[in-house]
Design a protein around this ligand. Structure first.
Ligand code: ADP
Ligand code: ZN
Length: 755
């Protein structure tokens, strides 16, 4: 654990000897002390980067200054070499937050800092040094003679009284560069180097602000509670459980308006996939300065956004996962839409969950946080049940629109489809034809990319696998290749079984590409668009398809989970789920929860307009609670059943879970280290006092997908009701054994990826 030092953040005396606490971008649990040489002492600040001698051979290494103190460290310390940044890159709240993350996610504080600072901030991308000019305060005596142009420049400079960009002077006076040079040469103006954004931030497009809507009864009740939390201005986590289309976003907007009116800032997290122009417009239409942070920004643009937020020039930050680290100065509110989304979890170090980090940030900064979803995560639901979160409900859609009726198509009893393909059952086809005939639009969900999902040899049973992963290769017709969806490996399509060489392999399983073919044949003359990450790889294609769909130029929109989230199209009268069972049988304790969420979300796309709408779900397991209860729009019952199922197993949210994956390209080395690590865990466990909370250790075992990306993988699962004790045991074991070269040990606290 990084040393807990209250004085890390209290300013030291400048005159006494000064020592700095530095953390490096390494998996280290300590901060290191250095002396600050007297000539650097006036400039050094907490939150800056410095260069200091570190590690073997005292290599000059960049680290982050996380504390300053006058207290002489017990051991002799080396001096820092240089200060890298003129201004601190990190604010105090972000330092506190990242320190908590390092402790909680069991990684280095320096690693966290390195990960959360956008590259464009570290490299100062997008900044330029430019020479500005201003009038001198005490002009020379006697005054030199000036030409009329020179006099005009001087009077302009005096009028503004500021450092001015020469370009602006030339434009405003107007004059040439030589005139400005002459005024400087005569001692009436001086030059100074200034750092500026090389590209001016895009002008905030400001339309006439949309007026707030009159709230319905449920919204009003929720709003009263939200407003009182905002007025209290303290940490209050609120779970806003509202069915799809119940008007949650309207409440976020009101809350943001209230916070901004009080001179504070709001951070809004949405899943990356929801960062559509439609969403952004809703915020832009109501709030003055909105910064949008998404993954397609250049380093320079990202750096510029960060600096703008940091200078207090932004009121609302909207972004995906990493927007939770926006360096706001006067945070007043955090909103997380679709709080259950698993994309809020980062799958590389630091393996944080943005929702959990957001709750901690709200706590540290003493502000309310709104977590919204139609299908809350069971973690948040459980927190609401036990009173840790306040729960607000919007049980009905706006304008008393009914939730769409859902019909289950039991594929076990459905007659085989006549005609091309077998994805669309006769029942689904009839419903689609009727919906289209009546002028409605159709959304179809099939959560699998590619053409055939696996290649199977009927003679020997072999399934063609990736060279680097224990996963089947997926046939992609357009690319004419077999593709690994995990590592991207590609191979040429095969006809003969690569193992027995006896027979012709069968291309099996249904992906979106194959569905496209079937739809084209079944619905000739209809405009059909596919939306998945293959079809949407070009920038802008996502927005283009959605616009066309909104304008009624597309009849059938089908694709992966991309189409399930957040879309609000009133003319969609039918939503079909081609195969609800995909994902239900994964070796993951959240498989049912995820299936329920996906079905509920996609069902929510239907019936949002006056024409109404319905949902058809095709499945082989209609009795499964995730499917049956999604069909009944019954989240509460599902949560109840699923929680009752998890409790005896000690799965989250009842107990905390940590997963450790040990991997190496050399399988015996991974196995050997997994055994050593198991030994260290056992020692740490035996040392615990008897009174401690129960503890469960599973493993070492081969991970469910043993080979991934060329790595052999072993894993452990540790469970305990006490996260503090999980942390203690793991810290002890991690300190006791170090993985040898070529083996790495990934610690995943509150894991989502169970493969
Ligand atoms: P959710 O975020 O819960 O899915 P939205 O906030 O997107 O729901 O609301 C669904 C639709 O209802 C939107 O078109 C929104 O503009 C509209 N809406 C929300 N609140 C009201 C209201 N009080 N009166 C009228 N329309 C509303
Ligand atoms: Zn692979």
């Amino acid at each position: 654990m990084v040393r807990a030092q209250a004085e890390l953040f209290s300013p030291p005396e400048v005159d006494a000897a000064l020592f700095a606490e530095i953390v490096f971008d390494r998996p280290l649990t300590t901060a290191y002390s250095y002396a600050v040489p007297p000539e650097l002492a006036p400039a050094v600040r907490v939150g800056q980067r410095v260069e200091a001698p570190f590690g073997r051979g005292d290599r000059t290494t960049i680290g982050y200054c996380v504390g300053l103190t006058n207290e002489k460290p017990a051991r002799a310390v080396k001096p820092i070499h240089r200060i890298v940044d003129g201004e601190p890159l990190l604010t105090e709240p972000l330092l506190r937050l990242t320190r908590w993350m390092a402790d909680y996610y069991l990684c280095g504080w320096g690693q966290v800092l390195q990960a959360i600072l956008p590259a464009g901030v570290r490299t100062r991308a997008g900044l330029r040094r430019r020479t500005f000019v201003r009038a001198v305060r005490i002009p020379p005596d006697p005054l030199p003679r000036l030409s009329p142009k020179q006099a005009a420049v001087l009077s302009y400079l005096r009028r503004t009284g500021d450092l001015i960009d020469p370009e602006a002077i030339m434009r405003e006076v107007p004059c040439g560069a030589a005139v400005i040079e002459a005024v400087v040469a005569k001692g009436l103006a001086e030059k100074e180097l200034v750092t500026v954004e090389s590209e001016p931030a895009p002008k905030a497009v400001r339309e006439a602000p949309a007026p707030p809507l009159a709230l319905n009864e449920h919204q009003q009740r929720a709003w009263d509670a939200i407003q009182s939390a905002l007025r209290a201005g303290e940490f209050r986590p609120i779970l806003l459980h509202g069915v799809t289309g119940s008007g949650k976003t309207e409440l976020y907007l009101r809350a943001i308006e209230e916070v901004v009116a009080a001179g504070r800032e709001a951070i809004v997290l949405v899943p990356e996939i929801s960062l559509t122009p439609q969403t952004i417009e809703r915020f832009r239409g109501r709030c003055s300065t909105v910064a949008v942070l998404h993954s397609h920004l250049s380093d320079a643009a990202r750096g510029a956004q960060w600096r703008k937020v940091s200078s207090g020039g932004v009121q609302v930050v909207v972004g995906a996962r990493s927007a939770i680290f926006a360096p706001t100065r006067r945070l007043g509110l955090i909103v997380i839409d679709e709080e259950h989304e698993s994309t809020f979890k980062q799958e590389s170090t630091p393996r944080y969950h943005a929702r959990d980090v957001a709750v901690m940030r709200a706590r540290l900064e003493g502000v309310p946080i709104l977590l919204g979803s139609a299908t809350p995560s069971l973690e948040s639901w459980h927190n609401a049940e036990r009173g840790a979160y306040e729960r607000l409900s919007l049980p009905e859609r706006i304008a008393a629109l009914p939730m769409p009726p859902v019909r289950i198509v039991d594929l076990r009893h459905e007659p085989p489809s006549p005609g091309p393909g077998r994805a669309i059952s006769p029942t689904l086809e009839r419903a689609m034809t009727a919906a289209l005939k009546a002028g409605g639009q159709v959304i179809l969900l099939l959560n699998r990319r590619g053409f055939s999902t696996h290649l199977h040899c009927p003679a020997c049973g072999h399934v063609v696998q990736c060279e680097h992963c224990d996963l089947p290769l997926v046939y992609h017709q357009k690319r004419a290749a077999l593709v690994c969806h995990y590592c991207g490996f590609e191979a040429a399509p095969v006809q003969v079984c690569p193992v027995c060489q006896k027979s012709t392999v069968k291309y099996q399983g249904l992906g979106t590409e194959k569905l496209a073919q079937e739809l084209a044949q079944r619905f000739p003359g209809r405009t059909i668009e596919r939306m998945d990450s293959d079809a949407m790889s070009r920038p802008g294609s996502h927005a283009r398809v959605l616009d066309a769909f909104r304008d009624g130029k597309v009849d059938i929109l089908f694709g992966t989970q991309m189409i399930a989230k957040g879309l609000d199209f009133p003319n969609v009268t039918l939503v079909g789920v081609v195969n609800a069972d995909i994902g239900l049988h994964r070796p993951d304790f959240r498989a049912a929860e995820r299936t329920f969420q996906l079905l509920a979300q996609v069902a929510g796309r239907a019936g949002r307009g006056p024409k109404g709408g319905q949902v058809l779900i095709q499945t082989y397991t209609p009795e499964h609670p995730a499917i049956a209860l999604a069909a009944g729009h019954n989240f509460e019952r599902f949560a109840e059943l699923e929680l009752a199922h998890r409790k005896p197993h000690g799965y989250p949210p009842y107990q905390r879970l940590v997963r450790v994956v040990i991997r190496s390209r050399n399988a015996p080395a991974a196995e050997a280290f997994a055994d050593r690590f198991a030994g260290a865990l056992r020692v740490a466990l035996e040392r615990r006092p008897r009174s401690d909370a129960p503890f469960r250790l599973l493993g070492p075992a081969e991970a469910p997908v043993f080979r991934l990306n060329g790595f052999a993988r072993y894993h452990f699962q540790l469970q305990s009701p006490s996260s503090a004790q999980l942390h203690d045991v793991l810290r002890e074991a991690l300190a006791a054994v170090r993985p040898p070269h070529g083996v790495d040990c990934q610690v995943d606290v509150d894991p989502y990826d169970m493969l």
